[in-house]
Each structure stands twice: as structure tokens, then as C-alpha cells.
Design a protein around this ligand. Structure first.
Ligand code: MG
Length: 410
């Protein structure tokens, strides 16, 4: 059977939000899908794939996953970076999809088989105030989630991160940070007000929902090291599963100071794109969870390298899974989650129904766990006719400014 690559197509569609999907087809008509969505910079990856990688891939053997990964990584000369690594990830995941289909197995079987019955996932809850936050948490509990990320508006700060602006009390959480507009939306930020407000919020949530609920929180890279240390210390009584991205991602040494001051577990890495970004964090055991995504960290091949390295130091996975990770990317993450030994948790921010008109999935959710399903490959199909109804629309992530107008980390 020939496994030579016949075509490489870049598919851009916007069913409720923008997605870039790579479709690789072999000479025998076996199709593999990869997610190439880089939120707010989508067309850069589309061009990288269409203009630079597709011509290199046609005629190659689709079975050569590791060789192709190294060919694209080393062959570019310009290594790493989100655009390059997202493009490589899309190719890698599409080739794994093809290989698993040819083997007539769900992908997790090729990755070593299931290490667990399902992947624990966490959902998001948020509110403009405590009562609406409680409503949001109750919705998630009713849906069956056992782990919930808590975000709340900070008094005096306009449009806080993670909180749906203007949402009516009891409305279903549908926060989508990337807004379809020619310019970024501006949000506010005040670290001092945030540090004063947050411990009381977690105290209230613990008192209301008891000790068993797994609670997470995302700081979104906004604090200095000493502020992050103080936050972790102040949240210790409320037993968080983790605090996420407490400081800007570029400086790995910042977490050494945070670690010295607090036992609140630390997760980081949604903007990381290679194992090198984790080198010191893992070796010095400065973190507890690696939060890179299969889409932005070089695919199954790249992320598995990160997970295996982390496993040497008892550090667990916590894959990034917002709405800009397409159903293809989420399916790939779930196969890896099921197979690896050092699985921690998987983020799940459910896609809008329109997205599922384009992407037909076979993953399931039950009792707080997700399972990728047992279809051969990833278990995701792409509907071209549905996709054609949703033209690309420029969309940007917000930016954050302090009260005096200074740009801050969003
Ligand atoms: Mg995050």
C-alpha cells in the first residue's frame, strides 16, 4: 500500500471563531487532519504551511513521522517560535491521524494504549461578583465537572480577564477572548486590587462548595515574582489544584522565587512551544504541571517529549484546551492524555455548536472525564460544505492597560 503524500491542503474556516486546519491525503486516499490555529495570528501559519511546507511534503512517505518532524524542525534552520511550531504540529498530528487510520486503531493505541479510563478535565466558571460566580460553578457541577477554574471580576477594573462582560446572572458561560474586529479590545488591570480581592473569593468558594471540589485559577502572566509569591501564599488555605501562568513566560528563573515562598502548585506553559522552554523549570522542579498544547508545541511528537521529560521529576501534564484549540487539536490532546503515565488534567472549554457543524467528533464526556473515542485515527471528520459557510474574519486577542494607560501583560 502506498503511503506517499498526494496533497496538503490548508483549510481556513470561522464557525463561531477562526480555525486553521491542515488536511494531508495519501495517494490511496487516507486523510489526516491537524490543527494549525494560532489565535489572532492565524493567517501567518496558513501561509507557512501553504507556501513553505506543502511543497516539501507532497511525495514524502506519510509513515515517516519522526523523520518529517526533524526535517521540518532542523530543515528550516530558524528553529522554534509559535508560527513554526504550530505549523510543524499540524503536520505531525495529521501524520499520526493517517498512521492510526492505516493501523485501524484509535491513536491512543499507537501511543502505548490507555493508561486510564478517561481524562479528568476542568471547565471554566466566572462571575462579575460572588453570587454570579456561584451560579456559574453550580452550572458546571450540574454538567458533571469535578474540577473548575475560577475567575472573577476585580473591583475597579474594567473587563477583567476570563469574565464575560455584561453577562446576565445565570447566563451560560461563553467567554471568547478573541473578538472579531480590526483592533484589539482593551481591558483594564490593577495587580494590587487583584491581590487584595482574590483570597476572599477563594475563601467564599471553599466555604460554599466544600473541600473536595478541585479549584484552579489562571493569573495570565500578570504578576511580578514577589507578587506571585504573595498570591500563592495567600491562597494556601484554599487548597488550589494549581495557579496558572503567574508571571510572564519568558523568564524561567522568576518561578524560583515564587517556589521558595509557597506550596500552592504551579502550572505554566500555554505559550511555550518546545521542550527547551521547560528546561530549567523541570530540572529544578520549579513547577508541578506543564501546560503546553499539542497544537503550539510541535504536535504529538513535540508534546510527548515535554511530558516524558517532566515525568522524570514527578511533574504532570495539564494540557491547554481553550476554544482556539480546534476539535482536531482537542482530540489529539485527549489521545495523548489517555496514553501517558504522568497525566494530570486537561482543560476543556467547550466549542460552540457551529464549530461542530464543521468538525464531527467522537470524543465523549462523562462524569467529569473525557475519552477520545475508538474510531480509527483521531476520530474527527471535517465537513467542507459546512466550512464553506463560514468565511475567515479577522479577530484579535485583547490587550490590557493599567489605569494610567500603560500596556500590561494580557
Ligand atoms: Mg491560561
Amino acid at each position: 500500500m502506498s503511503t506517499l503524500i498526494r496533497s496538503v491542503e490548508v483549510l481556513v474556516s470561522s464557525p463561531s471563531r477562526n480555525f486553521v486546519t491542515l488536511r494531508i491525503t495519501t495517494e490511496d486516499g487516507v486523510v489526516g487532519l491537524g490543527d494549525a490555529t494560532l489565535n489572532g495570528r492565524e493567517l501567518a501559519v496558513a501561509s507557512y504551511l501553504r507556501d513553505h511546507l506543502a511543497p516539501l511534503l507532497v511525495g514524502r512517505d506519510a509513515h515517516l513521522i519522526e523523520d518529517t518532524w526533524q526535517f521540518l524542525y532542523r530543515g528550516a534552520y530558524w528553529r522554534r517560535g509559535p508560527v513554526t511550531m504550530t505549523a510543524i504540529a499540524a503536520v505531525d498530528v495529521a501524520l499520526w491521524d493517517i498512521k492510526a487510520k492505516l493501523a485501524n486503531m484509535p491513536l491512543y493505541q499507537l501511543l502505548g494504549g490507555a493508561s486510564r479510563t478517561g481524562a479528568l478535565v476542568y471547565a471554566h466558571a466566572a462571575g462579575g461578583d460572588i453570587p454570579s460566580l456561584f451560579d456559574s460553578v453550580r452550572q458546571r457541577l450540574d454538567e458533571g465537572y469535578r474540577a473548575i477554574r475560577i475567575q472573577v471580576a476585580v473591583p475597579g477594573v474594567a473587563k477583567s480577564y476570563g469574565v464575560q462582560a455584561g453577562a446576565a446572572r445565570g447566563a451560560k458561560y461563553a467567554y471568547e477572548p478573541a473578538k472579531r474586529a480590526g483592533l484589539s479590545v482593551e481591558e483594564g488591570w490593577d495587580s494590587a486590587a487583584y491581590l487584595r480581592h482574590l483570597p476572599g473569593v477563594f475563601e467564599a468558594v471553599r466555604n460554599e462548595f466544600g473541600p473536595d471540589l478541585l479549584l484552579l485559577h489562571d493569573v495570565h502572566h500578570r504578576l511580578t515574582p514577589i507578587q506571585a509569591a504573595r498570591l500563592g501564599k495567600s491562597l494556601e488555605p484554599y487548597d488550589l489544584f494549581w495557579m496558572e501562568d503567574v508571571t510572564p513566560a519568558e523568564n524561567q528563573e522568576a518561578l524560583r522565587l515564587v517556589r521558595e515562598h509557597t506550596t500552592t502548585p504551579i502550572a505554566i506553559g500555554e505559550v511555550f512551544n518546545s521542550v527547551w522552554d521547560y528546561r530549567d523549570l523541570v530540572r529544578e522542579q520549579l513547577i508541578d504541571y506543564v501546560r503546553a498544547s499539542v497544537v503550539h508545541a510541535g504536535g504529538i511528537t513535540g508534546l510527548r517529549r515535554i511530558f516524558d521529560y517532566a515525568a522524570m521529576y514527578q511533574i504532570k501534564s495539564g494540557s491547554h484546551g481553550p476554544t482556539d484549540i480546534s476539535p482536531v487539536g482537542l482530540a489529539a490532546a485527549l489521545h495523548l492524555d489517555l496514553a501517558i503515565h504522568n497525566f494530570g488534567i486537561q482543560e476543556h472549554m467547550a466549542h460552540q455548536p457551529l464549530a461542530h457543524e464543521v468538525f464531527q467528533t467522537s470524543y465523549t464526556f462523562d462524569g467529569g472525564l473525557m475519552h477520545p473515542g475508538d474510531e480509527p485515527g483521531l476520530g474527527v471528520a471535517y465537513d467542507d460544505e459546512a466550512a464553506a459557510r463560514f468565511d475567515y474574519e479577522p479577530a484579535y486577542l485583547p490587550i490590557a492597560r493599567l489605569a494610567d494607560g500603560t500596556i500590561h501583560d494580557w
